[in-house]
Design a protein around this ligand. Structure first.
Ligand SMILES: Cc1cc2nc3c(=O)[nH]c(=O)nc-3n(C[C@H](O)[C@H](O)[C@H](O)COP(=O)(O)O)c2cc1C
Length: 191
């Protein structure tokens, strides 16, 4: 029996109350259904400090325990789903920081981007795609953009029903996840 591809789900938002986590939880379910093992990598839990290595990541020299642990987590993956909000027409600083910590570990990794916001997080997704291509990830398909509607939010400006919001995009999420799982499984067979 072939090994199931390990698919990381990187949660790019770190706020105490987030839309990002319910989106990521649904993606985890879809990864398992598509034949992969979901590996939740929630940056709010991982809590990487701002990049504090003396040498650039391209040297491959990692000295800080948190860098070594993060490198091991990414190295163990076969594919990755990036989940990002749109903050001021870009993606969160915590996500850029997490990406910048590493270099070779990202190279050749099949990936997709799931973004959300009033315009589906399109600006964040475009910026993130440019960075991911630059460092050598292999983006699969167009990703998924999840647009908010006014009724998604209650009077306190919290998301009223995250499950309903995620549910509107579940077919697009299923298709994007299937692409990453398939590309990751293919890479495993070829390795
Ligand atoms: C710092 C900040 C900037 C934001 N800028 C935008 C924006 O440019 N476009 C947008 O559609 N939503 C913007 N929003 C609203 C977010 O899309 C919304 O708060 C969303 O829930 C954030 O994702 P999260 O809950 O996973 O952190 C912004 C929110 C924050 C906290």
């Amino acid at each position: 029996m072939s090994a199931r591809p390990q698919i990381g789900i990187i949660v790019g938002s770190t706020r105490p109350v987030r839309v990002g986590r319910p989106v990521a939880d649904e993606i985890a379910t879809l990864v398992e259904a598509a034949g992969g093992d979901a590996v939740m990598l929630d940056l709010a839990e991982i809590r990487l400090p701002l990049l504090d290595e003396a040498l650039p990541p391209a040297t491959g020299v990692r000295t800080q325990p948190h860098t070594i642990a993060w490198a091991e987590q990414i190295d163990a993956l076969d594919g990755v789903v990036f989940v990002t909000p749109d903050y001021n027409s870009g993606y969160p600083a915590a996500l850029k920081n997490a990406i910048d910590y590493l270099k070779a570990e990202w190279s050749g990794m099949p990936a997709t981007i799931v973004s959300y916001g009033w315009a589906g997080g399109a600006s964040a997704a475009a910026q993130l795609a440019a960075v991911l291509r630059y460092i050598g990830l292999e983006l699969q398909g167009e990703g998924v953009q999840m647009p908010f509607e006014p009724a998604d939010f209650d009077e306190a400006r919290g998301m009223a029903d995250p499950a309903a919001f995620v549910g509107r995009s579940v077919e697009a999420l299923r298709a994007a996840v299937a692409q990453v799982v398939a590309a990751s499984a293919q890479a495993l067979v070829s390795a």
